[in-house]
Design a protein around this ligand. Sequence first.
Ligand code: MEV
Length: 488
Amino acid sequence: MNITVSAPGKLMLFGEHAVVYDRPCLVTAVDQRMRAAVELTTEKLFILDAPEVNISGHQRSMSELGKGVIPKGAQFVEIAVKNFIEKYPMSGGVNVVTSSDFSPQFGFGSSSASTVCVLKALSELSGKKLDAKQLFDLAYKTVLDVQGKGSGFDVAAAIFGGSLYFVTGGKAIEPLPIGDIPLVIGYTGVKADTVTLMAAVSKKMNAQPERVGRIYDAITKLTEEAKVKLLEGDWERVGTLMNFNQDYLRDLGVSSEKLEALIAAAKEGGAWGAKLSGAGGGDCMIAVASGETLPTVEDAIAKVGGQVIHISVKASGVRVETDDQKELFVVVDRNDNVLDYKPRSVCNSDKTLIHRAVELLILNSKGQVLLQKRSMSKDTRPGWWSTSVGGHVGKGESYEDAMQREIQEELGIEIPFTFHSKHVVEFPYETEMEALFTAKYDGPFQPHPHEVDEVKFFDKREVAFGIASHTLQLSEAAIHNLKVLGII
Ligand code: MEV
């Protein structure tokens, strides 16, 4: 019995540190995910492989979970399994293999996301089917068991996805219907230690309770306003509020020279505002910027040594993966010579592995182009608009075989198609050798509900307007291929 579950990483928008002390924060999930493949076994053993944190073959008897010294990278998952079986006893053992779209260095919450993945997987495999609140309580307990302190906001982001208004320990978890946020993210190159930073803040609080209390009051006030302004899409004010929040975080002593350099650069580059995101001391900073200034802000951050990270914030919460992560993809060199075969999970998170993919653009008799809205259950770019059909080439398939299969799977039709061109396309998280095909067809379609949310013909002006006004969130593959065909 095995299952793969994924959960998104997170970014703190407003209210870090204050949220540890019964205050609100605003958090958003990011479309880079942690994954856990979990298997129930008959032997009473817990085995963990977590290559992203250098854990290989970590083993424990199920009755010894949580006892003695646990290697750092294994703590959250081992304690999560322990907490689950204490509440819902199981007779056998558990095998866990985790993988990640993002580096655990960034502070996107890889530990909480893997905790959530493992608990969700155990809940499904054992048939207990915990609801979101039960899952939150067990995952939050795990965080407290491991690090002693914490608000649980990262666990909530991993479970619910999207953007949330959150109060300590899940006293409030309110999903906010915010579309995309024009965020720029810069990584300092320094891994922050949340536990140490929380301890430093707690020490300060004990020494100067009134002063720190006033800082928390001020952060609470601006977080409440930021909630309204985020919902209104008033990015300029959101930026100003970020600057205020950063002033208070600096007063708390959690900023760092590197963070300040990146924040100053972002503001000089034209951002409306910028702040650290998370515990401080390193990890990432965030800035909000208009579409036109975005590239300048990114350049400014990179110039002072920051690593710009591209993410989208419309990420779905924890889910059981239905895309078969073990499906083997065809890995090629830049001339499309086959080098190797690797699983989906590896290819989709390693930019050095160029793998074969197919894309189709269908045009109707009015010259309009068919776009599809990807289903929320897809493991990459859920909910985004993309080409008419797209997918990967599996081991043993030609580009044409894969195209025919994907058209059938996604749109429920069989139509003739023509090869247009082939090119290497680099995405923030993967690199593909894409064969672009075109077809002429007016419909009808029978989109597969698991793969596709909606399909729609767009005329060229509609696509151009949607991109310019940020009302059409197009995948990188769609933008690339629409450009190749001269549609945009
Ligand atoms: C760390 O990313 C954010 C803190 O507020 C801790 C927490 O909320 O658990 C410092």
